[in-house]
Design a protein around this ligand. Structure first.
Ligand code: AMP
Length: 569
């Protein structure tokens, strides 16, 4: 397919802020889209891989600048100047391309296949001369692009199309394209289920195109392809939890680690986080535990991996093992220093059969049959099945004493719903004052901290917007050995700096942190209308997606409940 046609859609969709108009443009396009062009759906979302695929194009602004410079024969400095005035490197490329096009006659027709092919080569390149090779692949595209095509190629490279298409926009557009009003609502719900289980928008398109509601209902999960995990809701008390999930129910420890989805097929084990990242290489010991202590030819297990102290055997809080998720080198060493125990709590697939539609009690029972428990390696989650509140209370206290976060209540009859926050799995944990927020700005430090970003603007989410709730420097350390350091955080944030003004920088919302605080106050200073008193960063949360950070509504709720507590004294 000609890239020009996709660019036309980008332009049209980007020119309106109205969601329904976007959907109408997209659904007309999707109606006509041939199945062989299904990968164009990735391009609509500003990517070139399915969502389950963790590879990213991953080009820095610097490399984009170098490529633009080479393609259009303009000095890098000049490009940076233009970037400052236009604010977007895609716009810079468009501008330069239109000037160049007046003097040169091009061009080959640029196809979506060629774009995808070249962009997919980028993360594969390694070793000597990588940068030059990358630049070559980008320049090749830019050279045969029209000005508008050049704009969107650069935006694709940087992972941000800036036209306001989200997965949910595509979902609804598919609903409008292939279903009439009578069945659309139901279809859209099913399309969401498909998205959550397949994590591949092109594959979802194939199914939806059949216009067969029955086919849509067959949520298939496949070993080796990550599934979005089922999420829990929160309640305050054990009594409330019983009211929601019914009696009797299963109660399990809520382990304070990170979610790990374990897939096995034959001898092949893959491990995924809740963000669908493949972390198999980071946890070689877990691969061994799975092979040695779990029976079965093929399965998908949902679990929580928890860190523990090698000497004292005490469980450690999440932040201490979080580095194991990201670290790609020195793995053998890290494995010794920060061992994890896998606590398995659900079974989604077993020996060729999907179990997600089976009741939880059956899945949990089979899970306990196939694991040969090995303390500090791999065990089923501690579980009781009860109707008794006092027994539940005792179990909850025991979990806290063992340094876990609290307990999970689970309805015995419930199915597994990938990607949903469900009312049949509930967490109960002590009231803690802790938010997960994203860093959207910072300030360079002075004195000892010069060269580092040292004060960070924290934001919560309000639908599509990020609103700030305060600034924080506390909790971040001068020295690496003491925890999250300024240096580490600065390195993490640097690639996402959007603009600099004096000492202040604006940062693309990417890096998520857990923040404790003492109190929420109303504040005219911050765009959320609230400020956190005494905030302190306690952990980096590479495991959390942006969609799961604290929302403005949650902050409002906390603020209200804090007021009530004050009134009660
Ligand atoms: P939260 O992150 O506070 O929303 O709590 C839900 C998370 O608790 C899940 O995503 C899991 O990572 C974790 N978890 C720990 N133990 C369990 C368990 N026994 N069952 C389900 N989830 C658990």
């Amino acid at each position: 397919m000609k890239y020009e046609e996709v660019v036309d859609i980008y332009e049209k969709v980007g020119s309106t802020t109205k969601r329904l108009e976007k959907i109408s443009i997209l659904s007309n396009f999707l109606k006509k889209l041939d199945e062989k062009d299904k990968e164009v759906l990735y391009l609509l979302l500003g990517r070139v891989y399915p969502e389950y695929d963790e590879r990213k194009i991953g080009i820095s602004s610097q490399l984009a600048i170098k490529s633009i410079s080479k393609a259009f024969g303009i000095d890098e400095k000049e490009i940076i100047e233009k970037w400052k005035t236009l604010g977007d490197l895609g716009d810079v490329a468009e501008n330069l391309s239109s000037k160049k096009k007046q003097t040169t006659l091009h061009k080959e027709v640029l196809t979506t296949e060629k774009i995808i092919e070249n962009l997919r080569k980028l993360p594969e390149l390694q070793g000597k001369g990588t940068i030059e090779k990358k630049i070559y692949l980008i320049v090749e595209l830019l050279n045969s692009a029209s000005p508008l095509e050049a704009k969107y190629i650069v935006r694709l490279l940087l992972g941000d199309l800036r036209i306001g298409i989200k997965e949910s926009t595509i979902r609804d557009s598919l609903g409008y394209a292939f279903f009439d009003e009578s069945s659309r609502k139901e279809a859209i719900k099913k399309i969401q289920n498909l998205i959550d289980s397949k994590n591949d928008i092109a594959a979802v398109f194939e199914v939806v195109k059949s216009k067969d509601l029955k086919k849509l209902s067959e949520v298939k999960i496949e070993v080796g392809k990550p599934v979005k995990v089922m999420l829990a809701q929160k309640v305050k008390t054990i009594k409330e939890a019983f009211e929601y999930v019914g009696k009797p129910c299963a109660i399990e420890y809520k382990y304070d680690g990170f979610r790990l989805l374990i897939h096995k097929k034959g001898n092949e084990v893959s491990l995924f986080t809740r963000r669908l990242e493949n972390v198999t290489k980071q946890f070689p010991e877990v691969v061994e535990y799975v092979k040695d202590y779990i029976k079965g030819d093929s399965f998908i297990i949902d679990s929580e991996a928890v860190g523990f102290d090698k000497k004292t055997k005490e469980y450690r809080p999440f932040q201490e093992i979080s580095q194991r998720i990201k670290r790609k080198y020195d793995i053998e060493n890290l494995k010794e220093q920060l061992p994890v125990e896998v606590n398995a709590f659900d079974l989604l697939y077993y020996n060729g059969e999907s179990l997600i539609d089976k009741p939880f009690k059956e899945r949990a029972k089979l899970l306990r049959k196939i694991i040969k428990p090995q303390k500090y390696k791999i065990v089923p989650a501690k579980q009781i099945i009860t109707s008794s509140e006092s027994e539940a209370e005792r179990f909850y206290k025991e979990a806290l004493k063992e340094k876990q976060e609290g307990v999970m209540f689970k309805n015995l009859e419930a199915v597994y719903q990938p990607g949903s926050r469900v009312g049949h799995m509930l967490k109960v944990k002590p009231e803690e004052k802790d938010f997960d927020l994203v860093i959207t700005g910072a300030e360079y430090g002075t004195g000892k901290r010069s060269g580092w970003l040292s004060s960070f603007v924290l934001s919560c989410r309000d639908k599509n917007k990020f609103l700030d709730v305060g600034k924080v420097g506390t909790g971040v350390k001068e020295k690496k050995e003491e925890g999250i350091s300024f240096e580490e955080l600065t390195e993490k944030l640097k690639p996402y700096i959007l603009e600099e003004k004096g000492k202040e920088v604006k940062i693309k919302p990417k890096v998520i942190v857990s923040v404790t605080y003492q109190e929420i106050q109303k504040s005219p200073t911050y765009s959320s209308g609230f400020a956190l008193r005494f905030p302190r960063i306690t952990a980096l949360r590479p495991d959390k997606p942006l969609s799961e950070i604290t929302t403005l509504n949650e902050i409002k709720k906390e603020f209200e409940s804090q007021k009530r507590n004050y009134l009660r004294g």
